[in-house]
Structure formats: structure tokens, C-alpha cells
Design a protein around this ligand. Sequence first.
Ligand SMILES: [Zn+2]
Length: 233
Amino acid sequence: MNKDITIMIELQRFWDNILRGKTEIEKSNKSILYWKDQLKKNSDEILILETNVKNIKIRIKEKENELAEKDAQIKKLEKRKDVIKNEKEVIALEHEFSKVKSDKDTLEDELINLFDLIKQKEDELKILQAESIVSEKQSLSDIQGLEERIIRFQESINENQNKFDDKVDQLSPVVKTKFMKLTKSHNGIAVSKIDGEICGACNFQVPFNLIQDALKESKIVNCTNCGRFLYKE
Ligand SMILES: [Zn+2]
């Protein structure tokens, strides 16, 4: 096998590790974004429910004040009963009484509904908060694991990049430029094994004479279809 090709095979191994590391880092970053998004969704949901509970409490307070006003009105009307002078006034007073009492009934019904509603919302909130504590713990631990994974892959990338940089200058200048260009191509394959008679990179059939040349120390062979350097074991 040609000396340059031997170097290329080694370089390709470093390069594959670099590309794999980059893909893994990208995947991990996407997962981190996903978990952070979940955390945000959880806390937003809790915030909405908390605001909801707060608003219901305000409404309850308002209704209770209105109810107290109605009670005060009833007391006033009862005092007026004592100083009534004629039939006409009695009818007017009774009319007012029934109006205030009916308002009071309505308010009491509304309050019962609001108390039911706040109980329901507070229960929902309790469940959501409990769930959120569990899922937050899980998400944070997942994020930490992913961040550690990123560091590990970055270390592997640096290590392989250093090995690559040290080795690449051993290539003959005449093939180095083409080799470097091919590493930047789609999927980063610059040198490929001939599998039987097939280029391992593009699955194209390699002509017989090229396969023979690939076995020689003096020859450097490129795939006639994809242009990648070829070797035969
Ligand atoms: Zn090919």
C-alpha cells in the first residue's frame, strides 16, 4: 500500500472521531434545549394557576364585602319598620326588603360557587407543584448529564484534532490539498476502502485495473465516480 494512503487511513480515523463528536455535541445541545423548554413550560403553568387562585380570592373578598353591605341594608330597613306611618310606606318597605334579600341570596350562591372553584384550583395547583418538583429534579439531572457528555466529546474532538494536525503534514503536498478538501465534503470521507469491487463511499464499481493499482505501493488511486482516495486490503 502507498505510504500516503496509509497516513490518510489514520487521518481518516481521527477525522471520523472529530465528526462523531460534533454530531453528539449537537444532539446533546438539542436535548438540553428541550429540557430547558419543559422546565419553562412547567413554571409558566404554575404561574398561570397561581394568578388564577389569586384572582378568585380577590373576587371572594369583593363578594363578601357586598354581602356585608346587604346585611347592613337589611338592618337599616328593619329600623325603618318602627317608624312607618301608612300602608303606602309598608308596601314600599316590603318591596325594598325583598329586593335586598334576593340580592343577598344571589351573592351567597355566587360565594358558594367561588369557594368550590378555589378549592378545585388550589388542589390542581398542589398536584402541579408536586409533579413539578419531581420533573424539575429529573430535568436538571438530565441537563447536567448532557453537559458532562458535551465536555467529554469536546475533549475527544480536541485530542483527535491535535493528532490529525500533527499527522497531516506527513502527507505529500501533492495529495494533501485534495485530501483536506475531501474531508470537508459531505460525511467527511476522504479515503475509502474498496469492498470487493465496490467503492465503500459511493458504492460505485471500481474498474479492475484501478483495484490492481490500489494494491501497489507506487500508485495512488481515486474513485472514478466520487473522487475519493481508494485502498484495498
Ligand atoms: Zn466512490
